[in-house]
Design a protein around this ligand. Structure first.
Ligand SMILES: Cc1cc2nc3c(=O)[nH]c(=O)nc-3n(C[C@H](O)[C@H](O)[C@H](O)COP(=O)(O)OP(=O)(O)OC[C@H]3O[C@@H](n4cnc5c(N)ncnc54)[C@H](O)[C@@H]3O)c2cc1C
Length: 287
């Protein structure tokens, strides 16, 4: 059994920033991470919206975060948290390897993106993206495709239309009504599409799909997969929004005293590295 002043579940950029702030206040701090410090950022090839870095790859950025965390003396443990009892004064966090105790817990478990279930992961960073806000600018003035389910990609399609030359939304449902309502000459909606395969030698070239029973191929500069996001939330005692994202106040405090939530697992509109860090700083200062 290990005991700390502050336990942080998840070692992405939100968790690491929370650790830096809590540790600098003289608290004993432990980050519990199931894979590797860095989380989603480790998979990003090019980041051009992290202030102070014009262009950086995700691994280099994570190495700088992790270096700072370790230099401060934050304990980092690799364990997969399975259950927690968070309601009492003493919080109990149970991993596959160990049990942890603390009076403050910061949840920083992030999210996962809903995928197509085909070969999209082979082309991540090579023309396939899950994040329009992050990657639209890499396809400036170029035509792009958007994978959508029952209009799930509408906001992203609008955002992309401000940057890309043409946005073709491939929706698995019927979006004919949406197509009439959205008056944007750059956005084209196609209904009843099943994307079957992504092709391209080294980089993304296009998709093979079936549309109204007919097999087709369509080429573009990129494919944005905008089918939705799922929070990694294993904490049933805590209030969430209808999609399972954790609700907090402005101090990152959840509905359970002594429990904070930061980064992409939290209910908020802009899920980015800087906003994850901002959440982490606030929680680390309050936990
Ligand atoms: C392809 C892609 C490109 C992106 N590009 C950009 C960009 O250019 N600019 C930008 O600002 N943002 C970008 N983002 C968004 C950005 O990466 C996220 O907003 C940010 O990383 C969120 O950080 P986080 O710490 O909240 O969560 P995460 O990075 O998801 O970290 C959560 C961590 O918690 C760990 N964890 C989860 N469950 C458990 C458990 N039960 N036990 C222990 N550990 C657990 C996970 O392993 C993970 O390491 C991009 C995202 C993706 C996917």
């Amino acid at each position: 059994m290990k005991k700390f002043d502050v336990l942080i579940i998840g070692g992405g950029v939100a968790g690491m920033t929370a650790a830096i702030y809590a540790k600098r206040r003289g608290r004993s701090v432990c980050i519990i991470e199931k894979f590797a410090l860095g989380g989603q950022v480790l998979s990003i090839e090019k980041i051009e919206n992290f202030p102070s870095q014009k262009l950086i790859d995700g691994i280099s950025l994570c190495n700088m975060f992790a270096g700072q965390v370790k230099a401060l003396g934050v304990e980092v443990v690799f364990d997969d948290i399975l259950t927690c009892q968070l309601s009492g004064e003493e919080k109990v966090v149970v991993g596959k390897k160990e049990k942890y105790l603390s009076s403050s817990v910061i949840i920083a478990t992030g999210l996962s993106y809903v995928g197509l279930g085909i070969n999209e992961n082979d082309y991540l960073g090579k023309g396939v993206s899950f994040c329009a806000v992050c990657d639209a600018n890499f396809y400036r003035n170029k035509p792009v495709l958007v994978a959508s389910k029952n209009g799930s990609a509408l906001a992203d399609a609008k955002l992309l239309s401000g940057v890309c030359s043409k946005v073709t939304v491939l929706d698995s449902g019927d979006v004919s009504v949406l197509a009439k309502v959205v008056e944007n000459p750059k956005i084209k909606f196609v209904s009843n599409v099943q994307i079957k395969n992504i092709f391209g030698k080294d980089n993304f070239d296009g998709v093979e799909m079936v549309c109204d029973g007919e097999a087709k191929k369509i080429k573009a500069a990129a494919l944005f997969v905008c089918l939705g996001k799922k929070p990694i939330n294993i904490f049933d005692e805590i209030k969430t929004d209808k999609n399972g994202f954790i609700l907090t106040d402005e101090n990152m405090q959840t509905s359970v005293p002594g429990v904070f939530a930061v980064g992409d697992v939290r209910a908020k509109t802009l899920k980015q590295i800087v906003t994850a860090c901002a959440d982490g700083a606030i929680a680390g200062q309050n936990a």
